[in-house]
Design a protein around this ligand. Structure first.
Ligand SMILES: C[S@@+](CC[C@H](N)C(=O)[O-])C[C@H]1O[C@@H](n2cnc3c(N)ncnc32)[C@H](O)[C@@H]1O
Length: 330
């Protein structure tokens, strides 16, 4: 079991060493644990039964609120908190936003507390907490995932997160996802926080992208004639680059950031012999892109449908960790 700053001697063990038991009072021991940790230059953590991969430290409530805001959580969402502690993230999502969901933890004391808290807050019809290893949890119902875990745990979860529906939001406290660039990040001033970077919390949002990797083809009417456009997309996490061929040469794409199923980019393409600015907007679903393209073909600015068919699948790459096991989220 490691501490949240990556050190491997959690202060929880220090407390145990001092003969402190893991009781309800442990939660009230933050000051002492913090003081001990600071004095001994050790990470702050709670005494636990040692079954988990990281010790319990609660996310401060203002950070919970910010994570849920970043996820734009709502009544139609299903949230799964990986390592749910006292249940505060899932319970807040249910109470403030009407969301459904569950939390998993391996600590039976915390699970009992989380289920009791859900009862106190009147949200047991929408949320529950179960004893389960977060790495073995079925995440398929999730539209939002939350975590406050160590960086290596987040990274281990990455391939599984990429099997989730495009548009699923992942929010994390303090620790990022390695090479997977967040779609949004914030720094919060949290004076009472003594773990990690004391006085500060970092919050991160990622949106599971669709799989755009591969070759696509469209017929687009330009100046009254159908023109073949070929798109060659390479994808690393949510970032896409590649080329588009319209007319007689390949044009390099700027880096595109997918937002769930949405793809949008601007590009000058040599259609009819001269560079013509195009704005593409579409939604990727399965082997099709459906959207619109706006350009000026001499008869004024026009917006026409953009329908692309995938003619060859590519691999969605997940950095040095390899490719997405599910051949990319679809
Ligand atoms: C830092 S706490 C975060 C608690 C809560 N999510 C929050 O933000 O307030 C991490 C939690 O993960 C749990 N945990 C650690 N390893 C786990 C595992 N492999 N499976 C399930 N829970 C785990 C710990 O027991 C602890 O409650």
């Amino acid at each position: 079991m490691t501490g949240l700053d990556g050190g491997d001697r959690p202060a929880g063990n220090l407390l145990k060493g001092m003969g402190m038991k893991r009781t309800g009072k442990i939660l009230g021991c933050l000051g002492l644990a913090a003081a001990l940790a600071v004095a001994l230059n050790a990470p702050v953590a709670w005494a636990q039964d040692g079954r988990g991969d990281v010790v319990y430290v609660p996310t401060p409530q203002i950070v919970v609120d910010e994570m849920l805001r970043m996820a734009k959580i709502g009544a139609n969402d299903y949230l799964i908190d990986l390592g749910s502690g006292d249940g505060r993230i899932v319970i807040t999502a249910a109470k403030k936003y009407g969301a459904h969901g569950f939390g998993v933890d391996l600590d039976t004391y915390l699970l009992k507390m989380a289920n009791e808290n859900a009862k106190k807050e009147g949200v047991t019809d929408r949320v529950h907490f179960v004893e389960q290893n977060l790495f073995e949890t079925d995440l398929s119902k999730a539209t939002v995932i939350s975590s406050y875990l160590l960086p290596e745990m987040n990274q281990k979860l990455r391939p599984k997160l990429f099997t989730l529906k495009p548009g699923t939001r992942v929010v994390a406290h303090d620790y990022a996802m390695g090479e997977w660039d967040p779609d949004q990040e914030k720094t919060l001033i949290v004076p009472e926080k003594v773990v990690g970077d004391p006085g500060k919390s970092y919050t991160y949002l990622w949106i599971i992208p669709a799989n755009a990797a591969g070759r696509w083809e469209s017929q687009i009417p330009v100046a009254g004639k159908p023109v073949t456009y070929q798109f060659n997309f390479e994808q690393n996490f949510q970032l896409v680059h590649g080329t588009v061929r319209a007319g007689d040469r390949d044009v390099k794409l700027p880096q595109i950031r997918l937002v769930g199923e949405a793809i949008a980019f601007k590009l000058d393409l040599p259609v009819g012999g001269k560079p013509m600015p195009h704005q593409f907007n579409g939604k990727i679903s399965g082997g099709a892109i459906d959207g619109s393209v706006t350009f000026n073909d001499g008869s004024g600015q026009r917006t026409v449908p953009w329908k692309a068919k995938q003619i060859q699948r590519g691999e969605l790459k997940l950095g040095s960790a390899g490719t997405s096991g599910a051949a990319g989220a679809e």
